[in-house]
Design a protein around this ligand. Structure first.
Ligand code: PPS
Length: 571
């Protein structure tokens, strides 16, 4: 193992400033603009400051960025496959001058670092998506983040660290590269395998890692990314509890758990190369690369974004430049006949080999079905069943959207009453009119205020969902992007169903219970949805009901049937 040098043979960087110059650095940016780091940026800055991203000394400048996109290398030829930039709004980019130092703070205001800006530019995000992710499909979570959540300008520049980000959770397991290297030395571990994971581990993982430990006479670190991972992943609190439990299934004193704040991009093969370099910086001698390493799931044709083994092949093609040994993970299947795991290639013709994908496991949990004993250790299955209750127990948001007078409130009220009649679930109705009075009384109907109104509803709904309740929302919610934001907020905690009440405008206008359409047509009410303000029709709603074709009772029934088919309500 090489404990003194990094991926590129240089020293492990530490960009934190000395105690003696710390007050000077803090003073330097006191009257300068401050940028508040979002969760991904906070992870990136921490990895830059503690040397996990050595040899980078800050955010890439434009020339390095372009070189990374086209060659997976910095301008000087150093292998570095991932663009690392500080993305900001156009307004912020225009407020700073090259050569300025700005303060980077966490959301609580802790001063994390100063950035001396050397470059500012507007990237071509589609070109970046194509280069990094080999696709521009928004189904790819990395592409989605790039196109929809990334600021329009990038800042490049050098960093000086002031305070390390602060954590309250699982602190004994968090190690910087220097700390992990020191730990390996103290333990006298020379061969150490890094096992990258963002998921709970099961029996096959233990068998696979133990096989590699034996083959390479190495110790093992479950090196888990607990920064930003794929949206919808099991949260790291639950995962870490699972890792703590799995440690008891390994030989004593041979395996440790370590957490690190990687913000994954889900960039498959490119990311695997990046992660190998990072692991070398942490002082590992070996790195396991999976079959679909950092894989983002499936594309819009239900196909994997990256070919099986593409990540392994790409990293192995750079083995000669890396100072860490790449170990392709063998793919194990469970043979019921042998009652043990074996490699796919070792199965006899017609011998059954069992495997459960992450999606299949999710389905079992959603339906409240038992998790097979051959797959998971019972204490881990229990932990998962507690964190991810079945849909019958999980919180849910029913998000009705449609024009004024389309019948949203009527159906939403009907569903509320039906749920109360059943008495098995608690539900709260967040109706458009009521919310406007109780939460958003100061807002008007401009795009900006409508978005704020919907995000407030989304926030309350996500809290209700988090606590296992049913939130029934019935605003107009005319903008697709805002509805999508609400979906993301809620799906972090439970199920989200978008129900489009697709009653045609003419019918809504004929109903005109509040007389608002007449006023809008007469020009007495401006910016009325459907008349002189837009309504973006949901492209893929979970349910679509045109109330001019169904009675209220039938409409309610359609929603209840959907809830039953999902297992949210008893059939
Ligand atoms: S939004 O766009 O989602 O924020 O609108 P929402 O909060 O659901 O609107 C609630 C009710 O406001 C009445 N109203 C208007 N709707 C649309 N456009 C304009 N300009 C407007 N002014 C007042 C309207 O009655 C909405 O209630 P519903 O129940 O949809 O008829």
């Amino acid at each position: 193992m090489n404990t003194s040098t990094t991926a590129h043979g240089g020293q492990l960087l530490n960009l934190y400033c000395d105690e003696t110059i710390r007050p000077l650095e803090i003073g330097k940016t006191q009257n300068c603009p401050t940028w508040t780091l979002n969760p991904r940026q906070l992870c990136d800055v921490e990895m830059l400051l503690n040397g996990a991203f050595s040899p980078l000394r800050g955010f890439l400048n434009q020339a390095d960025y372009q070189a990374v996109l086209s060659t997976m290398r910095l301008q000087d030829g150093t292998l570095w496959p991932m663009p690392i930039n500080l993305d900001v709004s156009a307004a912020f980019a225009q407020s700073v001058v090259l050569g300025d130092s700005i303060a980077l703070k966490d959301p609580e205001g802790l001063h994390i670092a100063n950035l001396t800006i050397t470059d500012s530019w507007q990237p071509d995000k589609y070109a970046e998506a194509e280069a990094v992710f080999a696709t521009t499909q928004p189904e790819h979570p990395g592409v989605d983040y790039l196109l929809n959540s990334t600021g329009d300008y990038y800042l490049g520049g050098t960093l000086t660290g002031i305070n390390a980000p602060f954590y309250y959770d699982f602190t004994p397991y968090r190690h910087s590269p220097a700390q992990l290297r020191a730990l390996f030395e103290a333990l006298k571990w020379t061969n150490v395998i890094a096992f990258q994971t963002r998921n709970p581990l099961h029996r096959a993982h233990v068998m696979m890692t133990q096989t590699l430990m034996a083959q390479h006479q190495a110790n093992l670190v479950i090196h888990s990314a607990v920064g930003v991972t794929k949206p919808g992943d099991i949260n790291h609190y639950c995962r870490v509890r699972c890792y703590q439990k799995i440690l008891t299934h390994y030989p004593q004193n041979r395996v440790i758990l370590s957490l690190f704040p990687l913000a994954m991009r889900m960039a498959g093969p490119r990311e695997a190369v990046w992660q190998a370099i990072i692991r070398q910086n942490y002082g590992f001698s070996h790195f396991i690369v999976g079959r679909d390493h950092a894989g983002p799931g499936r594309d819009n044709r239900d196909k994997h974004f990256y070919a099986v083994k593409a990540a392994q092949e790409l990293v192995l093609s750079y083995q000669h430049e890396l100072n860490i040994k790449i170990l392709p993970a063998p793919f194990l299947l469970y043979s019921p006949a042998r009652t043990e795991f074996c490699e796919e290639s070792q199965l006899l013709p017609h011998e059954e080999g069992l495997y459960l994908s992450g999606t299949q496991l999710r389905l079992l949990l959603q339906n409240g079905d038992p998790i097979p004993a051959w797959f998971a250790y019972p204490e881990i299955a229990n932990e998962l069943q507690t964190c991810l209750p079945s849909w019958a127990k999980q919180g849910i948001t029913l998000f009705f959207t449609g024009l004024s007078g389309s019948g949203k409130s009527t159906l939403a009220n009907g569903i509320l009453v039906k749920l109360q009649e059943q008495g098995t679930r608690t539900a709260t109705l967040l109706d458009g009119d009521v919310v406007r009075k109780m939460l958003s009384s100061e807002l008007n109907f401009s795009k900006e205020h409508r978005d704020l109104n919907i995000l407030r509803i989304g926030y309350v709904a996500s809290e209700i969902t988090k606590h296992g309740g049913i939130a029934i929302c019935a605003p107009i919610a005319p903008y697709a992007q805002t509805r999508q934001k609400v979906r993301k907020l809620v799906e972090a905690h439970g199920l989200f169903l978008e129900i489009h009440i697709a009653t045609p405008l003419e019918v809504c206008e004929t109903r005109d219970r509040k007389g608002l359409y007449a006023m809008a047509r007469a020009g007495k009410l401006k910016g009325f949805t459907g008349i002189d303000d837009p309504y973006e029709i949901p492209e893929k709603p979970d349910l679509c009901i045109d109330t001019s074709k169904y009675s209220v009772a039938e409409g309610i029934d359609l929603v209840l049937t959907k809830l039953k088919s999902l297992g949210v309500l008893k059939a």
